[in-house]
Write a protein that binds this ligand. Sequence first.
Ligand SMILES: C[S@@+](CC[C@H](N)C(=O)[O-])C[C@H]1O[C@@H](n2cnc3c(N)ncnc32)[C@H](O)[C@@H]1O
Length: 456
Amino acid sequence: MDLPKDFLVKMKDLLKDEYEEFYKSYHEPKKQGLRVNTLKVSIDEFLEKSPFTLEKIPWVKEGFFYNDEERPGKHPYHEAGLYYIQEPSAMAVGELLDAKPGEKVLDLCAAPGGKTTHIAARMNQEGFLLANEIHPARAKILSQNIERMGIKIAIVTNETPARLAERFPTYFDRILVDAPCSGEGMFRKDPNACAEWSLENVALCASRQIDILAHAATMLKPGGRLVYSTCTFSPEENEGVISQFLKEDTRFTIESVIAYEGFRKGQKDWIVEAASDIDKTFRLWPHKLQGEGHYVAVLTKIDGEVVDRRKFAEVLKDQKVLKDYTQFAKETFINPPKGNFILFGDQLYLVPDGMLTLKNLKVLRPGLHLGTKKKNRFEPSHALALALKEDEVIHTWNAGKDSDEIKSYLRGELLAGKGPKGWYLVEVDGFSIGWGKLAGDVLKNHYPKGLRWAGK
Ligand SMILES: C[S@@+](CC[C@H](N)C(=O)[O-])C[C@H]1O[C@@H](n2cnc3c(N)ncnc32)[C@H](O)[C@@H]1O
């Protein structure tokens, strides 16, 4: 691997005696991780059913190292959202944000959704999670991952931090800024990060991060928690950004949270004018633990005014519009999902309680997508299938993870079978994976075309 020369010179100067050990880590194989999605399966049940060789990641209860040759990214359990493949160090961030059920949480730089999906699992389908991504194509991928993981309480926007700050002042209990950074900690995992690196870009990233943090600060309630994280080593970002932010916004302090084994302290002497408690922030080093490079700071807003200029979302009360959905719900659910309805064009969504209006914001997903209102009928969405559990629906169609039937379903083929006609929640080993519609001894396949597996 060709590491940038200026980067190596800088790291040698910073790390001194530790540099050789750090440099050697680039010749070690990177560790792969998966995080169990506790919205769909408990950790114990997953371990019992998983076909993979797993080893516990010490700093996150849902995290496991896996063996790359076993390819968990191409498995029916992956399509059913039982786990998310995530770099092991990155899992520390969701752990330290520590979101709770019922809270209002913002993930400001969220795509592709590793941390969003972790936060959502911790919230256990209660509360309100706004996942935002500034780049439109990346926002789509974020939205797809939220769907696969069966998350009901997330809204996905494609906005700038500034525009969200105007709409959501002092609204959130917790905010994550997983900042766009110079990516030095990802050189082993992603050679592109290496090619794009320069000293100028480090400076540019630092000033962008200050700007993003200032908007995040506006959106946090007094008493709320703000987590800033990067996947870079550069002190101009990391300790430098946090020190400058705390100097400019005196309502915040660095929280003391427990350090897991292998986490190192933030470096006071690597920057000028370091914040007094900067050593309470964390560095994750590839030569000190089995993961890539990361930095995490946990901040609390100890003070500040509450700004209340909120306008709530208008929810649908017109039962006539809901007629086809109500019919579908009667034929399909034992327990229909609860919440408030909103209609975006012909798309019906269920939105979390207390949601503010999203008018004039770029919204990809205003809540749980229930489905499409067609002429005289309702067609359920893939997102709904993935968010449902088998005891919530009348008809299920279960196939084993190693069966030909599940592979056939994932390829989009028709399945043969008998039963009452209607919508069936298709499952792999009892975990929802999509819809099928049975009529005349044939289950018509509703697995989305864009997700279908190729080949035999
Ligand atoms: C480190 S990545 C986020 C990774 C994500 N949190 C995860 O765990 O999957 C940073 C994200 O910030 C976005 N970004 C870039 N410039 C931004 C800006 N000015 N404001 C907000 N987000 C930005 C990038 O598009 C990128 O998706």
